[in-house]
Design a protein around this ligand. Structure first.
Ligand SMILES: [Fe+2]
Ligand SMILES: [Fe+2]
Length: 253
């Protein structure tokens, strides 16, 4: 006999667990379920509420996450939403030590914010879009380009295909066609070397003793990131909803 619970049994168990433990109900976005390989229906909020009349679907702040200020700054996102940022801090420090211009130090500091705070796949594209209204066009361009250029060596600056990629993706891995097409476009762009410089300072072998503090970049952020007065997520920009998605990732609607 097969004891593996069916999808609906699992959904029921989840509903029971939720209604017993919480007075709020979390219904995950489809993207999160698909990332778990789950194509089943979302838990039924009405059924959960029927079992626990106190429960409400989550529409406000998520009690499981650190609260955020009403007008969150980029630094607040680093503190309260992004995961460990050692890689970004070390990359930015590396870029600073090499004497890169301040806007490229900022690009190094921000190049993987999508990986640590939002969505991994196509993270250069997402990350660039997140910051587009607030930084120079060159910074956006370079952030988008870095993830593409990472796959292609450039001996002129001593950049090799990362050993870590061979290990992670296999020696026979080839980037998707759209990445290859973007590489060809980016290779001839006037800002090619800006994107390339992020890959040069995109370091994977961290010195575990090198502690870099975000405060070291307060001035660079202040000079090159146009922090909206209303806070990220509330400035009516074309990307405000993306920042709000990080503030309240489980908002029901
Ligand atoms: Fe990256
Ligand atoms: Fe990186």
């Amino acid at each position: 006999m097969n004891d593996t619970p069916t999808l609906s049994q699992r959904a029921d168990a989840l509903e029971d667990k939720m209604s017993q433990e919480l007075d709020y109900i979390v219904i995950k976005s489809r993207l999160y379920s698909m990332a778990e390989g789950d194509m089943g229906p979302a838990p039924n909020a009405a059924a959960i509420m029927a079992k626990n009349p106190k429960a409400r679907v989550l529409m406000g702040d998520d009690p499981r996450l650190p609260p955020m200020p009403a007008r969150p700054t980029l630094i607040d996102f680093f503190k309260y939403r992004f995961g460990p940022a050692a890689h970004l801090l070390q990359s930015a420090k590396h870029a600073m030590t090499a004497g890169l211009p301040e806007n490229m130090i900022l690009a190094s500091l921000l190049h993987d914010i999508s990986t640590i705070g939002f969505i991994r796949g196509d993270h250069g594209y997402w990350g660039a879009q997140l910051v587009e209204p607030y930084v120079d066009e060159e910074v956006t361009w370079a952030i988008r380009a870095h993830q593409v250029l990472r796959f292609y060596p450039d001996p002129s600056v001593g950049y090799e295909y990362p050993q870590a990629y061979i290990k992670a993706f296999g020696a026979d891995y080839r980037p998707d066609d759209y990445v290859e097409a973007d590489y060809k476009r980016m290779r001839n762009h006037k800002w090619y070397m800006s994107g390339r410089m992020i890959t040069v300072h995109d370091i994977y072998s961290f010195d575990p003793n090198a502690v870099v503090e975000l405060e070291e970049f307060t001035d660079v952020i202040g000079r090159h990131f146009r922090q909206p007065e209303q806070g990220l997520g509330f400035d009516n920009s074309p990307v405000a909803h993306m920042w709000r998605a990080m503030i309240r990732p489980a908002k029901y609607l």
